[in-house]
Design a protein around this ligand. Structure first.
Ligand code: JFZ
Length: 421
């Protein structure tokens, strides 16, 4: 396949049958684990360390010579992530620092050539994911702090005068070549998750048409997700919301994004960092993580929850403990999350609802009231029960909805009432 020969466009993009099936499965899966792992993990100060600390690029790249995550064990990672109840993994194939965590022929700045480790961790992870039935997504940065042909805005990387020599074409070709490798050498890939488009103005031409065409040509089922914070573009298969539930904009990233028709995904950190940060102990509680997953589901979105592995290749203990806790909760309550869609009642201060077939799950996350009115005009309810023990819940059917009368004040992490219609 000659990439240079690809010129067709995504205008009028019609997703292939397997793409539509993957979109449905993606939505059914509801919960994925995000992994930010790279040279920056060695600095233990987040994935932006080079930029934040204004480290010269050639100095930073020397980290590769010491990157030897001898405790990396793909089997263990996938087992821990499965135990969390997560159904997919999205891992950084190459972050903004430009270091490729896979066997690429497009640059020597990669784990096989520049590090003493010389193991293709993405390949090991891909094989293990396929073995254990977990979908694998690749994060791919559009922005590169090191390549002069990316023409970064940051003067700290590009020497004076070098900007002028930047040739965007070679960078674009480099990305196409790497994406071809990622979609050829690692079996079935669930999604490519782009990031970094926000580095340029909205009018900048990334030639997504060509990039997306290549991906859909190589793997028509592969979902394209782009964390650009705008409305979805032609050719994309799902819409990402960074550190916010769809429709919210508390992190200030998603102001330009309306909720579209595509599957939705919210990504969030488990502590306050994406890449490993040794001082960051600010882990969200088990309760707030479970509740965030529930709220995402209630808002018809997936949760992509991040962990930042240590430079030795292991997941931080607290992260593993939190994943385990979520998995334990999902063992009991997964039925009210997996395979559901958000609604019919939108998010309220007391919680959210999810739906599957003729059932509605009322997730009471925060309420001291024994009475709860659900606006469900025109719907008549057959039964209401406490999900976990099937005990009947009294209800009063009204024209505009149903009034639930609980025996006790809901106090759990998530008190779930199942309604049948
Ligand atoms: C991006 C990355 O920069 C970050 O390192 C991480 O990978 C995260 C998942 O995605 O985060 C952003 C995205 C957007 C902006 C800043 C950071 N922005 O719009 O300024």
């Amino acid at each position: 396949l000659l990439i240079s020969a690809i010129s067709f466009s995504q205008k009028g993009y019609v997703p292939a049958q397997e793409n539509l099936e993957n979109r449905k499965q993606f939505q059914d899966n509801k919960f994925g684990v995000f992994i930010h792992w790279g040279l920056y993990s060695m600095m233990a100060d987040g994935e932006w360390a080079m930029n934040v600390k204004k480290i010269n690029y050639s100095e930073y790249s020397k980290l590769a010579g010491g990157f030897c995550p001898s405790k990396f064990n793909a089997k263990q990672w996938v087992a821990d992530i499965k135990a969390a109840g997560a159904k997919y993994i999205c891992i950084t194939s190459r972050h903004h620092d430009g270091f490729s965590m896979f066997d690429t022929k497009q640059s020597d700045y990669n784990i096989m050539v520049a590090s003493p480790f010389k193991r293709d961790v993405l390949k090991e992870l891909a094989d293990e994911c396929h073995k254990q039935g977990v979908k694998l997504h690749f994060y791919y940065s559009l922005l590169d702090w090191g390549r002069p042909d990316y023409n970064p805005n940051g003067e700290l990387i590009v020497k004076e005068g070098e900007n002028k020599k930047a040739r965007w074409e070679t960078y674009h070709q480099f990305m196409l070549n790497q994406l071809k490798e990622l979609l050829t050498n690692y079996g079935e890939i669930g999604a490519i998750w782009f990031d970094g488009a926000w580095d340029k103005s909205k009018s900048f031409d990334w030639k997504f048409d060509e990039i997306y065409s290549l991906i859909h040509l190589l793997q028509p089922g592969c979902l394209i997700i782009n964390n650009h914070h705008w409305d979805a573009l032609q050719g994309e298969d799902a819409q990402a919301f960074e550190r916010d539930l769809p429709g919210q904009n508390t992190a200030g990233f998603s102001a330009g994004a309306n909720i579209g028709q595509l599957p939705l995904e919210t990504c969030e950190t488990m502590n306050d960092s994406w890449g490993y940060k040794i001082t960051d102990k600010n882990y969200k509680s088990e309760k707030s993580l479970v509740q965030y997953l529930v709220k995402a589901a209630g808002n018809n979105a997936n949760l992509l929850l991040n962990v930042g592995p240590r430079p030795d290749g292991t997941l931080p203990d607290t992260a593993v403990a939190r994943l385990k806790a979520m998995g334990d909760w999902l063992k009991s309550y997964g039925e009210t999350i997996y395979g559901t869609r958000g609604g019919p009642v939108g998010q309220r201060t007391w919680g959210v609802t999810t739906t599957k077939d003729n059932r509605v799950f009322v997730h009471i996350l925060n309420s001291q009231d024994k009475a709860l009115f659900l606006p469900l005009p025109g719907k008549s309810i057959k039964s209401a029960r406490v999900f976990i023990n099937n005990e009947p819940v009294k209800f009063v059917q009204q024209r505009e909805g149903v009034l639930l009368l609980l025996d006790k004040t809901p106090g759990d992490m998530d008190y779930v009432i199942e309604l049948r219609f």
